[in-house]
Design a binder for this molecule. Sequence first.
Ligand code: FPP
Length: 242
Amino acid sequence: MTTLNSHNIPRHVAIIMDGNGRWARQKGFGRVFGHEKGAETVRDVVTASREIGVRWLTLYAFSEENWKRPQHEIQALMKLLRRFLKRELDEMQENGIKLNTIGRIEKLPAATQEILLHTIQKTRENQDMVLTLALSYGGRQEIIDAVQAIARKVANHELDSSDITETLISNALYTQGMPDPDFLIRTSGEYRISNFLLWQLSYTELYITPTLWPDFTKAEYLRAISEYQHRERRFGSTGTGQ
Ligand code: FPP
């Protein structure tokens, strides 16, 4: 059993959930079965996050690049997401979890957009944890959207170029109002950021595990959080107070 310091729980945990396809192939199944098992891990990690007091949990559920996957796999992922949202609504309500999304949601199938909006609406008053699903999300696309919005304001004389600060840029991103992640977990062993939260991860502590996402357990999640608690976060300073 991992013992955690309840005073040093990362406020915002972000996760790149990778390895569903490999997990399924290794077991001789199709990739979609891996995503189905992956959805069960999502459920366990959401529950564990809520239990230990994480306030913001952001999951990379579908990247902008994932649109290049075979149609049947995209459709299966969308269906899985709809099923997940339908199934988990009561649980979200009971546990005070508010749903949020980041990404170009307008590109998702209408039925998926509908249930997302419905769940966001139903859970909007919940206060204990914000679950953000990154869907049709790309970090560079997010920066492009922000730069375009800022450039429009400058062109309309609503803003001067000298007004552009870190805060102004942060507030123009999809993640406006959210704290930057304290901790990023990536499963399945690749040492990449893969276009996830490029601006926001500047000072985030990284944890990369070879475990494939469907095999990522609550116990391993708690061990990861415990490792976070042993890191010294310096945000670019020396850590000696000098
Ligand atoms: C990466 O595995 C995972 C994804 C592309 C999507 C993540 C989706 C889920 C965990 C399931 C449903 C999500 C929710 C929120 C219910 P991969 O297919 O890239 O694995 P591979 O690298 O082994 O091929």
